[in-house]
Write a protein that binds this ligand. Sequence first.
Ligand SMILES: Cc1ncc(COP(=O)(O)O)c(C=O)c1O
Length: 364
Amino acid sequence: MERVVNFNAGPAAIPQEVLEEARDEMLNWKSTGMSVMEVSHRSKEYEALHNETQERFRRLAGMGREWKILFLTGGASSQFFMLPMNYLYDGRKASYIITGSWSKAAVKEARRFGVCTEISSENPKGGFTRILKNSEVDIPVDSAYVHFTSNNTIFGTQWKTWPLVKDIPLICDMSSDIFSRPFSADGFSLIYAGAQKNLGPSGLTLVALREDFLEQARKKEELPTMLSYKVHADHNSLYNTPPCFSIYMLDLTLRWLEKNGGLEAMGRINEEKAALVYQAIDSSAGFYRNPVEKESRSSMNVVFRLPTPEAEEGFVKEAKAAGIIGVKGHRSVGGIRFSIYNACTLVDVKTAVSFMEDFKKRWG
Ligand SMILES: Cc1ncc(COP(=O)(O)O)c(C=O)c1O
């Protein structure tokens, strides 16, 4: 069977080479006579993989040893409450920059633990079509941290530069654009991301946090053990059984990234891919419509509308018949969405763009 053009929003496409390597090592990983899924997480083979993956992650992110890399579970959604549980204690407050549904979900959890100031780009009638300008981001100086979402998976908007927050610890949910472009960790205190878009399969959440920020976290005795960043950091993210297979897949994906030119190369290809889709939208004489302000457009999730609900339904159906899947917009907003993460190739995107042109000829 031919592989499809996969625009799923997450779980999402994984590079074919990575899948092939995993297949080849499935029954006998590193001459252990076992799959990596069957190996003890206390074995020297697994521990070497664990440490190497952390090192590779740091290298790609340009992070020094002062960054702790944790492999957690519970999805990015669990970070929505784990972060405030660790930092909003003894009356501490936080600030949340709201640019989409996931930042809204994050602050909803944080409010259970402390007072949160919200700075939002939500439109008066609901929905989000833009990223905030720095002049609009005014963070109270007594915030223990400020949280934002670098790419809004549902609304198709993306921060092109980071919010300026002076000396307040900056936290980012990078789930849907991590390692998609050149990146510097300077200025961040904690970054988290579900792995299932750009880093491999689901079941693994990456948390990278700086030692100086870790020191400010709540005492481990005051939290459920598994919800304390300090516990996980003190045990090198091996306090309990980690999601070994997902970590293995992350390692293969990071190797693939390094082999293919790292973040610089990935950024160039992703820009080129996104430009092709936006060009197809902008040159369609209004048949395809992207609701997002141009400078806020995402290079990862391109959202657009068609003239009628029937046309959108027809688009999804015919795309599937043409081998292009996962194009339906998030159920909360409708429309069409192409999630063109790192593993989607330029060829995939060109195939989809020529489908768009062909569809317009027939339906326009
Ligand atoms: C930006 C962002 N944050 C958080 C989440 C939630 O992630 P999870 O399903 O891993 O909890 C998603 C899921 O798509 C997302 O796109």
